[in-house]
Design a protein around this ligand. Structure first.
Ligand SMILES: [Zn+2]
Length: 294
């Protein structure tokens, strides 16, 4: 049985919550790349992974969301591309202690694909394959494509990853709740995305970011309806508010835990958090889910 099948026997399983949020708490200036922080403070990033371990996650997510060559080059870190991806996997692996899985995070290119933007789908796939190749070589257990808002880019990322990795790949996209239904920023309906990702060979599909713990529940139900693949759901800790130049999220761990219970009832296999969520959110969900099982 593969590691991921073994993990999903215990579904719902918890995965890591926000990393950027934790880096900012650790001193990363707003807007600065988390990857620079990783280069300077690998031990601090490992400590964050360990906090999530203590909160009950079964899957660590590497701090490589902006770790593709294009984004790193834009933030002046292009020459550290390989080093950053390798260190990120190393610290997550160390925190995993051989007991938890490590997922290699792959975020969007940061550019629109042609014809709206400068890179073709094939160039995007090449770029994603390059990052995925390093993550795989460094020892991840699965690849974790996330926060995609263009189905064409999500498929390009999946295709790129498939060139270098025959194991599990999770693909999650970011949706808004509109009067017409759930759509990505680029106008892709969830009804189109879910089957396309499944047909393109994703192992896990779902949604992260943008929606709140309560607001994401109907979208989770949609995913369960649209696909037989395991579903991943990672809401934000509420709607962001700016106070004195700082982004704040208002949802509480208790609210998040209540939502995790409803996601579990829907049969969602993997539950985590996105922006604003911390180990306290995951620990609250763990306690609530444990109480249900008892
Ligand atoms: Zn987010």
């Amino acid at each position: 049985m593969s590691k991921i099948d073994e993990l999903l026997r215990d579904a719902p399983v918890l995965v890591e919550g926000g990393m950027g949020t934790m880096l900012m708490q650790a001193g990363l200036p707003p807007g600065a790349p988390g990857e620079q922080y990783l280069l300077d403070n690998p031990d601090a990033v490992e400590a964050i992974h360990r906090e999530y371990a203590a909160a009950g996650v079964r899957v660590h997510i590497t701090n490589t969301f902006n770790g593709n060559r294009l984004r790193l080059t834009r933030s002046g870190l292009g020459e550290h591309f390989e080093e950053i991806n390798r260190i990120a996997v190393r610290v997550a692996r160390q925190a995993a202690d051989g007991q938890r899985l490590v997922a290699g995070s792959i975020g969007p290119s940061g550019e629109m694909l042609a014809p709206l933007g400068p890179i073709s789908a094939l160039e995007a796939a090449d770029m994603f394959a390059e990052q995925a190749g390093i993550l795989v070589d460094a020892g991840v257990d699965l690849l974790w494509i996330e926060t995609m808002t263009d189905i064409a880019e999500a498929i390009a990322a999946l295709n790129g990853c498939r060139r270098v990795w025959g194991g599990p790949i999770s693909v999650s996209m970011t949706f808004s709740d509109t009067p017409r239904g759930y759509y990505t920023m680029m106008g892709n309906a969830v009804e189109d995305c879910a089957p396309q990702l499944e047909n393109a060979g994703a192992t896990i599909i779902g949604s992260n970011c943008q929606l709140t713990a309560e607001g994401i529940i109907p979208l989770a139900a949609k995913f369960k309806e649209l696909s037989s693949l395991p579903v991943l759901i990672e809401p934000n800790a509420g709607i962001p508010e700016i106070h004195a130049g700082k982004v704040e999220y208002k949802d509480t761990p208790e609210l998040f835990a209540k939502s995790a219970e409803r996601l579990a009832e829907l049969g969602v296999e993997l539950i985590g958090g996105c922006c604003g969520t911390t180990p306290a959110f995951i620990a609250a969900a763990r306690d609530r889910l444990a109480a249900l099982r008892a």
